[in-house]
Design a protein around this ligand. Structure first.
Ligand SMILES: [Fe+2]
Length: 499
């Protein structure tokens, strides 16, 4: 860490006496001091070494102190800049501050003044380093907002990497998500940004991960950062290395690392904090995304399983319905035909597709209640006696009881329960009339009666189609809903129902 090292100061003055005095005095105070005689030499020195402060004369030949300060700022060096001037007018001081100097000293100066100006400069620099600036905070807020509303994990990583790079100006910005065994979750995703992103440079995830497990975040100045890198892409020794984890409670999802090989790009406490906050937000967003994906996956599987169960169940029920008919040569295929006629009527009435399908399904099941009734008795030649009629008439009620416990079949009950109601109220089991009878019941009643008339029965032969149609017409408004019969006759006219 910079604060633990000996601070280095560059003295720039064309007067040798001043250089020697400052060099001796500041060395004695514990600083490491290098003194040069011109602005040009100072710039060479700054390019080669890291300095914590520059103490420059104002009036020098060729490049004066203000020009030097301007150049230092242009090059982006981060250090304390102090101007020394023998021409102590307030204008010069203001000008010095305008071009980016942190402070100024009036010549002739006392050594204590130099020390206090430097201390003040270092204090301020430390504050800047330790505190995230307003600009960074605004930036951070913006990015956090963006990723909080992003559900694509790849986009979250890209956003974070770009923002981190912009903030740090790192030569190499590396963001990695560790592979996880969770299904459908991106298995190990890396994003690289910065001038060295195209090289084979890598951050040693094991090494950094282990260090982060010990210290929570890493900020390493100087060549020591080298130990965290792999590959041959490094252009020289590291200048600064910073790494933070993408952490959620109990688990490290990945890591974010910034590497600088450029002398003037030294990561600060502010950078470390910035990256840490960003990485924590990213980790939370990624974890949410993962949980949502998991939940959606589990939900999909559950829906599929449920659908499969329903399908199996439906097939079983239909199997029962057909089994009832199979035992009886007179009714074989009856339910399927009733279902087909019912569907045609529903289509003629321009019902929505789903309702049409429901009516078809209800038609297939309309006599499911006959499961418990002996077929010999129902199909005997000659008329049924009174107890037999009572038993037969229970089948709508029994069908209702069979379907009631099945949630996804409940909407079919009205078709099963009410297919023996009559429009004039003379039907059973409830004796409903007109519009009181549910639509499904009114439709199936027409389809059922037509098929019964046009099929052989144990007690009579099938009626010709025209006779059956005349019968429907004759009972329109008494037994049947006129609207339903008209729809049926329309379908016959169109050739949709034929012999
Ligand atoms: Fe029936």
């Amino acid at each position: 860490m910079i604060s633990n090292e000996r601070r280095t100061i560059l003295v720039v003055d064309d007067e040798m006496v001043i250089r020697e005095v400052l060099e001796d005095f500041l060395s004695a105070e514990g600083y490491e001091v290098v003194a040069v005689s011109s602005g040009a030499d100072a710039l060479v020195e700054l390019e080669e070494e890291h300095y914590d402060a520059v103490l420059s004369d104002l009036m020098m030949p060729q490049m004066n102190g203000l020009e030097l300060m301007t150049e230092i700022n242009n090059r982006g060096y981060q250090l304390v800049k102090v101007i020394m001037t023998g021409y102590g007018t307030i204008e010069t001081a203001v000008q010095a501050m305008k071009v980016g100097a942190d402070d100024y000293i009036l010549k002739p100066f006392k050594m204590e003044e130099v020390l206090s100006v430097l201390d003040r400069g270092f204090d301020r620099q430390r504050l800047v380093r330790e505190n995230i600036t307003l600009r960074e905070t605004v930036n951070l807020y913006r990015i956090a907002e963006t990723i909080a509303h992003e559900s694509d994990s790849g986009r979250i990583l890209q956003e974070i990497a770009e923002a981190s790079w912009q903030e740090t100006q790192a030569d190499f910005l590396f963001l990695s998500i560790f592979p996880t065994p969770a299904p459908k979750w991106d298995p190990g995703h890396q994003v690289k940004v910065g001038p060295l992103a195209g090289t084979d440079l890598q951050v040693d995830e094991l090494e950094v991960g282990a260090a982060l497990a010990r210290e929570s975040t890493l900020l390493v100045q100087g060549a020591d950062g080298q130990t965290f890198l792999q590959g041959t892409g490094a252009p020289g020794p590291t200048v600064s290395f910073c790494a933070v984890p993408l952490q959620v409670p109990g688990r490290m999802l990945g890591l974010l690392a910034a590497v600088s090989f450029t002398r003037r790009t030294v990561f600060t406490e502010g950078h470390r904090k910035f990256l840490h906050i960003l990485a924590t937000k990213a980790a939370a967003a990624l974890e949410n995304t993962r949980l949502v994906e998991q939940l959606q996956g589990a939900n999909r599987e559950l829906l599929e399983a449920n659908h499969q169960l329903q399908e199996n169940f439906v097939q079983s029920i239909l199997g029962f319905a057909r089994a009832i008919e199979q035992n009886d040569p007179y009714t074989r295929g009856h339910s399927d035909r009733v279902a087909r006629y019912s569907r045609i009527i529903a289509e003629e009435l321009k019902f929505e597709a789903q309702l049409v399908e429901d009516i078809f399904f209800a038609g297939q099941l309309h006599d499911i209640g006959k499961i418990g009734i002996s077929s010999q008795k129902l199909n005997k030649a000659g008329k049924l006696n009174a107890p037999e009629i009572r038993m037969f008439r229970r089948h709508p009620e029994m069908g209702k009881q069979i379907l009631e416990p099945i949630p996804f079949m409940r909407h079919l009950i009205s078709g099963v329960y009410c297919h023996h109601e009559r429009y004039d109220g003379q039907g059973y089991p409830q004796g409903l009339a007109g519009e009181e009878i549910p639509l499904m019941g009114r439709i199936i009643a027409v389809a059922d009666t037509y098929d019964a008339m046009t099929s052989d029965r144990s007690y009579r032969k099938a009626l010709p189609m025209q006779v059956a149609l005349d019968e429907l017409g004759a009972n329109l408004g008494t037994q049947f809903d006129p609207m339903v019969v008209q729809a049926f006759l329309a379908a016959v006219t169109k050739g949709r129902i034929h012999e």
